[in-house]
Design a protein around this ligand. Structure first.
Ligand code: OXD
Length: 301
């Protein structure tokens, strides 16, 4: 994952799970393994290892894995936090403060050799709404609160977080969006959330709104974002994820003056934390317990 050689993962997993036999999968490896630890693997792995009992995905999002044909009884585990939550908090706060303090305008002024303090803006006019309140969203909410912005949260099922005005379910989505100016998206990609960030929903954000998407590109209808930026309803977007990755060279997102983009690096997988979580999860499964990060197949995350 993320540029680490497979051998480094192998060594660390062997060290963390001395009681296990750990091998690198390759096509044609004889079946017989109980568990798989994967990232971006082909269907072939599951076709050749039908006896697998559990798979641990080395990422928070399991959308790609769930696109494969997997045995119905296979336990699917995703990373929870594992060093990603603090990175998401950094990313979201960096983008939020960049927008709020108008750092892009100051960068333009510096290039023009122009000394011109701008009027400070009120934090109360920048309510931050976080979509998705799992381990990552909760950490982002906590970090944003440290800067005294009003914080709102929306999730499929109701959460209660200190100092966060929580909304739940489709019934409360409109009220959440209308009370939000800076939207931070950390939702999982599922059939229910694909394209959820569109003209109808983003159009309900407060005027001069911003989008920070650190989840999955397919949650956003990119042309709707473009329309909302060009008509001025939205003032900017920070995107770490795109519908097509890598982003094609001629894509409008590269050059839009109100878009800041990064190549899906919002929260990279940290080997040490991840290996510790993998070991913990596999031991829990071996004891017959539900591991942290167990995916619910009925809701796809
Ligand atoms: C993840 C990712 O889902 O890296 O963890 O995008």
């Amino acid at each position: 994952r993320d540029g680490d050689p497979p051998d480094a993962w192998l060594d660390d997993l062997r060290r963390a799970l001395p009681e296990a036999q750990v091998d690198v999968w390759r096509p044609g490896l004889p079946p017989g393994y109980d568990h798989a630890v994967v990232w971006n693997v082909p269907q072939q792995l599951f076709d050749e290892q039908p006896q697998l009992r559990a798979v641990v995905n080395l990422a928070a999002g399991v959308d790609k894995l769930l696109d494969l044909r997997l045995p119905p009884a296979l336990a699917i585990v995703r990373l929870e936090d594992a060093g990603m939550a603090v990175q998401m908090a950094e990313y979201a706060c960096h983008a939020l403060i960049r927008f709020f303090r108008e750092f892009d305008a100051y960068a333009d002024q510096q290039r023009a050799g122009h000394w011109a303090p701008r009027r400070p803006r009120a934090r109360a006019d920048f309510p931050v709404g976080i979509m998705g309140l799992g381990a990552l969203g909760a950490r982002v909410a906590q970090a944003v609160r440290q800067f005294d912005f009003p914080v709102l949260g929306w999730s499929r099922t109701r959460h209660a977080l200190d100092g966060v005005r929580c909304f739940a379910d489709e019934a409360e989505l409109g009220a959440f969006l209308q009370a939000t100016r800076v939207l931070v998206c950390l939702l999982p990609l599922t059939d229910a959330t694909r394209g959820l960030l569109n003209q109808g929903t983003l159009g309900q954000l407060q005027p001069g709104g911003y989008l920070i998407n650190v989840a999955r590109g397919a949650l956003l209808v990119e042309d709707d974002l473009r329309h909302l930026l060009d008509t001025g309803h939205l003032a900017g977007a920070a995107l770490d994820v795109m519908a097509q990755e890598p982003l094609p060279a001629d894509h409008w997102l590269w050059t839009h003056p109100r878009v800041a983009l990064t190549p899906h690096v919002g929260a990279q997988t940290m080997r040490g934390e991840s290996v510790a979580q993998v070991a913990q999860a596999l031991r829990a499964i071996e004891r017959g317990e539900a591991p942290v990060g167990l995916v619910r197949r009925d809701r796809d995350y």
